[in-house]
Design a protein around this ligand. Structure first.
Ligand code: C2O
Ligand code: CU
Ligand code: CU
Length: 423
């Protein structure tokens, strides 16, 4: 919904304070790009992006292109703030490896969680002209969180938010609370977990719908995978093809998921995200092959990352350290295939996000038991349970600093982040 001429995408994204009337009485002040809730950038492979940012906030900000392997200098790293009332510019090319459902959000030093909670985020869809599913009707479902205080304004974080990540009273879809979604025949749904911390554990009712996973963070997978549930943690995306079986309405539900939060927290409960109205529509058969993915080769380097936590003061650490903008934690050579082993020795779930190219999931290990995905998939964010080790293959393609972190934004801001310099 931002303007585009063919081959070039030139736009302004100006963060500003915007009052939004949710009801007659409840009118919180959000921080929104151009005063719009969740703007959508929709471009094609090969396009050139040129975005100007006039920061109308009273604090610095950046825009990070989550999922897109843009050069680090254009990636909205915390090192490159756009100061209040200043202008910044992001320019990059949409290269052949970038198709998929991505997004953008601030990545400001210590302020990422706050700025996202105020409403700063948007969708970034990259289309491939050879996408075999391009004629399917589509819907974008962007999940985010809203926590209001008694006065109807966006609430500050409390102690529990800082420990467990912020979760509000309202689990939103496209900025609305429990909207009605219409499903007609077979549709492609792009799903974004844009929550600061809420894990989404979709449970698709098998007597109402048939669901296939067709894409992960890194775009299409090789073949459609039938599923009835899907865990999507903060920052992750998935695309599904969903077909109704009859015309009965149903609820889109996130099942209770226990991520071992700390402190006096309420027991997890199922959440109704949307009610789905089903109307008669065209059923479409899926092709048996979606995309050809190439596996990364043998790694030449192995790295170990260990997540831990400390109480009093509450700290979340990687390899015993808290994020420091002036410290490079690892250096890598551009083009080298690396094996990363990320172990979660904290007692709660954390996910792992790496900037730059999508990584390939090799396996998980927990209590000596190894689980390998049964299909090739590219991800940029993935969950790690307590006691679990994630193994991934990565290959960086640009010089500069790449961030990696837990995408529970309050954990990232609390220091659960590190820096890889690509030389
Ligand atoms: Cu979506 Cu480093 O972030
Ligand atoms: Cu990112
Ligand atoms: Cu975390």
């Amino acid at each position: 919904n931002l303007s585009q001429e063919s081959g070039e995408f030139k736009a302004e994204l100006n963060p500003m304070l915007t009052e939004v009337a949710l009801t007659e009485q409840v009118k919180p002040t959000f921080w929104l790009y151009n005063g719009m809730m969740l703007p959508v950038i929709d471009v094609n492979l090969g396009d050139k992006i040129d975005i100007t940012v006039n920061n109308q906030l009273t604090e610095p900000t950046t825009i990070h292109w989550h999922g897109l392997s843009v050069p680090p200098s254009q990636d909205g790293n915390p090192h490159d703030p756009i100061l209040s009332q200043q202008t910044g510019r992001y320019q990059f090319d949409i290269t052949s490896d970038m198709s998929g459902s991505h997004w953008f959000h601030p990545h400001t030093h210590l302020l990422t969680g706050k700025q996202v909670a105020q409403g700063l985020a948007g969708l970034f869809i990259v289309r491939d002209p050879n996408d075999p599913l391009q004629h399917l009707p589509e819907q974008n479902l962007f999940f985010s969180d809203l926590k209001l205080d008694e006065t109807g304004q966006i609430a500050p974080n409390d102690m529990l938010d800082l420990m467990n990540g912020r979760e509000g009273q309202f689990a939103l879809i496209n900025g609305q609370w429990q909207p009605e979604v219409t499903l007609s025949g077979t549709e492609r749904w792009r799903l974004w977990n844009g929550n600061s911390a809420r894990y989404l554990n979709f449970d698709f009712p098998e007597d109402s719908v048939e669901v296939f996973l067709v894409a992960t963070d890194g775009g299409l997978i090789e073949k459609p995978i039938k599923l009835s549930s899907l865990l999507l943690t903060p920052g992750e995306r998935a695309e599904i093809v969903i077909s109704s079986k009859d015309l009965k309405p149903f609820n889109l539900i996130s099942k209770a998921y226990d991520r071992d939060k700390m402190g006096p927290v309420a027991k997890e409960e199922d959440i109704i995200l949307a009610s789905v109205r089903v109307v008669d529509g065209k059923k479409i058969d899926l092709p048996s092959n979606l995309a050809k993915l190439t596996a990364l080769g043998e790694p030449v380097v192995t790295r170990q990352l260990i997540y831990t936590e400390e109480m009093m003061p509450m700290r979340f650490l990687i390899n015993g350290k808290s994020h420091d903008m002036n410290r490079i934690d690892f250096t890598a050579k551009k083009g080298d295939v690396e094996l990363w082993e990320v172990t979660n020795n904290s007692h709660m779930d954390h996910n792992f996000h790496l900037h730059g190219p999508q990584f390939q999931v090799v396996e998980f290990e927990r209590n000596g038991v190894i689980t390998k995905p049964d299909y090739l998939l590219y991800k940029d964010t993935i969950n790690i349970r307590p006691g679990e080790t994630l193994r991934i293959l990565t290959q960086q393609n640009h010089l500069g600093i790449r961030m990696y972190h837990c995408h529970v934004l309050e954990h990232e801001d609390a220091g659960m982040m590190g820096q890889l310099e690509v030389l």
